[in-house]
Each structure stands twice: as structure tokens, then as C-alpha cells.
Design a protein around this ligand. Sequence first.
Ligand code: FAD
Length: 523
Amino acid sequence: MHRLLTRQTRIFQARTTSTMSNFDYDFVVIGGGSGGMAAAKEAARLGAKVALFDFVKPTVHGTKWGLGGTCVNVGCVPKKIMHYSGILGAGLHDAAHLGWQLPEKVEHNWETLVETVQAHVKKLNFSYRVGLRSNKVQYINALARFEDPHTLSYQIKNGPTQTLTAAHILIATGGRPTVPKEIPGVGEYAITSDDLFSLTTAPGKTLVVGGSYIALECAGFLNELHYPTTVAVRSILLRGFDRQVAAKIQDIMVAQGMDFRFNTLPTSIVKDDATGQLHVSFANSETNETFTEVFDTVLYAVGRTADTFNIGLEKVGVKALPNGKFETVNEATNVPHIHAVGDVLQGKPELTPVAIRAGEHLVRRLFKPNYTKTMNYDLIPTTVFTPVEYGTIGLSEEEAIARYGKDDVVVYPWEFQTLEWGAVHRQKAESAQEGDYDTEFPANCLSKLVCQKSANEKVLGFHFVGPNAGEVTQGFAVAVTMGATKEDFDNVIGIHPTDAESFMALTVTKESGASWVATGGCG
Ligand code: FAD
């Protein structure tokens, strides 16, 4: 065995040595975001000679940021801190009921929030630089472009154009928010998530355009921070997610005071130079009604576009789809030594841990002898960080029915109020729209298992709406990934009093017609 391993290691070393003599680098990464950074560091740890390009093209408003890509600078990290700030604001109501004596008027200071967020982001930017240096990855702060299949060109600041060669090249350029510039004023005046987390002045009355998870997360924390927020949506919220859950999220956000305008999109934005405010004209596609409303900030979150349009793909024959993404097999493009990971992949979840894991597997297959593991893109857990979070693993009810048929799918939902929220009588926001419930907050939790009848009620889909759904869902992801059945859930003793214990006691099925809304009490 030992002899075999030694021989394989020698073959591998011979391969990398010859690679190194032919090219400047064994592995070059274009894009220092989640996928690119992880792949570059892992390749270097495995003994490859590695360089990484990262450069941020500023937004139309001049916003730019440091090393680390979307997640660290303008995505997961700043978003989560702002989400937390929103949660603290909503918790002030509870605090007063739990004995904290607060001043009559508690105000939020946007500048302080942005300062804290940006200080943390800069700390992470620095740690990423250190991480590259300590792993001996050559960091090049420039835009890279293909010149030929093994050559990239780049220019540092206004210096001369330089080139380098690499045996393997990884495209990890991620994506940028899509801005429909054909709508007058949008290209000039609307901001995106790329600008929001470093806005130097408070957003004020804000219009968020889009029903994506990013739209709802941003709208959610802005509303919780007491900036009046309207969400204009072309059709539905959270497309691709479970519909019952999407309706629940909508219900909760309405109770929190969110103003949703469905079938409604801006047709133009005009800036009033005297006040700086934005006059937004809208059209409703159902009623054909048009109207104008004034906002301080308009944020577009209608999707993201892969950032691959100006990197010289045509020079090397790498095929991209019209949306700029790549169809890959095990992260290889149609040119075998040119690879891709992260948000530039077609049909794969656009999530940080997905980009990281795919990048790590890829470089281990390239540079670690005998490594054959491939990325499994199924059953990826994820969470939407709306003020009340939504965590999910696997299939929505609709996807399960489409795949296995209605008769083979059984759904166990349960709606209830978090104990602590019930105790402090969380109220609907004063600005909440009229609904069919009273002033008390609607049940803020929904636990739901979607199971396959003919497979011993194997759990196909796990869905949880409730506080800390991200933390809850990460734990359950192990069980669901291992193929847990409904009975496996039933066999576990709950931890009392938690929201997550509801998954150990799901008894009502949707098809039974019985109510799945709790009436209170423990057990
Ligand atoms: P990116 O992280 O986008 O990095 C690409 C890098 O390449 C960028 O720095 C870019 O400037 C650079 N680049 C582009 N072209 C070139 C070039 N030619 N030369 C040099 N450099 C170049 N995911 C989660 O898992 N959880 C979350 O909670 C979450 N929240 C999000 C919230 C928001 C608001 C957004 C926008 C995204 C969020 N995401 C979240 C998604 C996550 O950020 C992305 O999936 C992840 O960052 C993708 O990583 P990547 O490596 O593909 O690209």
C-alpha cells in the first residue's frame, strides 16, 4: 500500500514539476471572492504555485471595496450585521415588557451602523490579504483578461500591460446586481446592494424593487430600522421557494409594517435637484393604473448578472450562455484546463459555502494525488435573513409534488408563536396594513416537513420560519442530508422550550384538513 502511494505521489509530483517548468503558475484564479479565495489558498497549501487576481469595478455611484468578493463586502456579512441591528430594534418592544426602562423615544443612527459594518468588513479585507500572503498566493489587484488559453493580461493602476501564463485557470468572477437601465432614471439614481451597506447618509423613505431574497432581506432590515419601506414586485415573492412559506413571510412582513405593491414596477425615476428626492412613476400591470410617489432612496434587487462579459472568453473558446454563466461538468468549462466556480455557474445555488466547497474539491482533484470527490449540489441548506428568518433544505412542497406526484407526498406543517414573543404580546406595527388578524402579531413560526410516502416518509424538504432559522436549519441539515425519515424526527426528544422542538411533534398533515395552527400551551 505504502509503495503504491509513494509511486502515485511521484507520478503526481512529476506532473506538477513539468507543469511548473512550462508556465509561470500552476493555478491562477480570476476573482478573489468566496470561491476564488478558497480555491487559491487550498491549491497553494497543496504545493501549487498560485496567483489570484481581484479587482472591484466601482458602481455608478462610485462605491468600491476591498479583497474578499461579494459575501464579505456587499453581501452576507454586512447584510447579517444590519439584520441583527433590525432585530435589536424590534426587540426594544419586548425589552420594555421585560423590565428594561428605556427612554420614551429610542432612535436609530444609520451612520453608526455603517461605521460598525465597514470597520468589520475592513478587518476581514485585511485578514484575507494576510491569508493569501501566509499561504504564499501571489495577490494581484488588477482586472484579468484572457489573451490565449494559458495567458492572462492585466494592468496595475496606470502601469504597463503585463501578462502571465498558467497551467490551470479558474474563473470565479461572481456576479453584480442587474440594473434595468432601459427604465429612465434607474441607471443614474437607483442604488443596489453594492451601494447600500456603505451609504453615508440614512436611506430615509425607501423603495425596494424586487421580490428576491436579497430584496426582502434589505427591505426587512430597513423597515425594522424604522425607514418607511415599500417593496414593488412584478409578480411573486421568493420565486423558487416553497409557496406556503413565501406567503408566511409576506404575512409576517406585512404585520411588521412592510408596504408591498404587487404587479407594480417603476416606469421612470426623476430626481428633484432641489430636495434630492426621487419621483418614481409606477405602472400596475393588472389594473393599468399609473401613479407617482416620492422616495429618498430607490434600491433595485431584481437579480444578478454573471461578471464574465469582458474577460476575453472569445479569445480562448470558452462557451458562456447568453446570461454570462457557464454549463460545467465538475467545474470544468468546455476548455478542460479552464474551470469555473461560484455564482458564474448555471443552475447552481448562488451561495458562499457552495462556491467555497466546489473550489476546494476542484483544486484537490487537480493537485492532491488520488482525490476524486466531486461537489454535490443537492440538498444545500440555506436561509433567507428576513426579520423573521426562513431556513430550508431540499425540496419545496411544489417541487416534491412535481417530482413524485401528489399522492406520494405528505406534508406536515405547524404554525405557532415563539414563547417569548407570546409573553410580551408583540404587536403589529402601527403602519401594518389591514389584515384578517387583530393587533397582536400573527404566529411567527412555521415548521414544515415535506416527505415521500413510498420511501418510508423520507424527508424531502425541511422548512422553518422563525427566529434564528439559520442556526436551527444548519443543525437539521445533517439529519436531512443523511436521509432522515419522519419517524427519525419523531424518535428524537425535543429541547424545551425552543421553537425547533416543534419538529419532534409534527402530527397534522395538510391532507387531513385539520388545522395546523397552534392554540397555545406547552405540548
Ligand atoms: P464573488 O464573491 O462575487 O467574487 C468575485 C470577485 O471577482 C469580486 O471581488 C469581483 O470584483 C472580482 N472580479 C470580477 N471580474 C474580475 C476580473 N476580470 N479580474 C479580477 N477580479 C475580478 N450567500 C450566502 O451563502 N449566504 C448569505 O446570507 C448571502 N447573502 C447575500 C446577500 C447579498 C446582498 C448578496 C449580493 C449576496 C449574498 N450571498 C449570500 C451570495 C454570496 O455572496 C455569493 O454567492 C458569493 O459571494 C459568490 O462567490 P463567488 O466566488 O462566486 O464570487
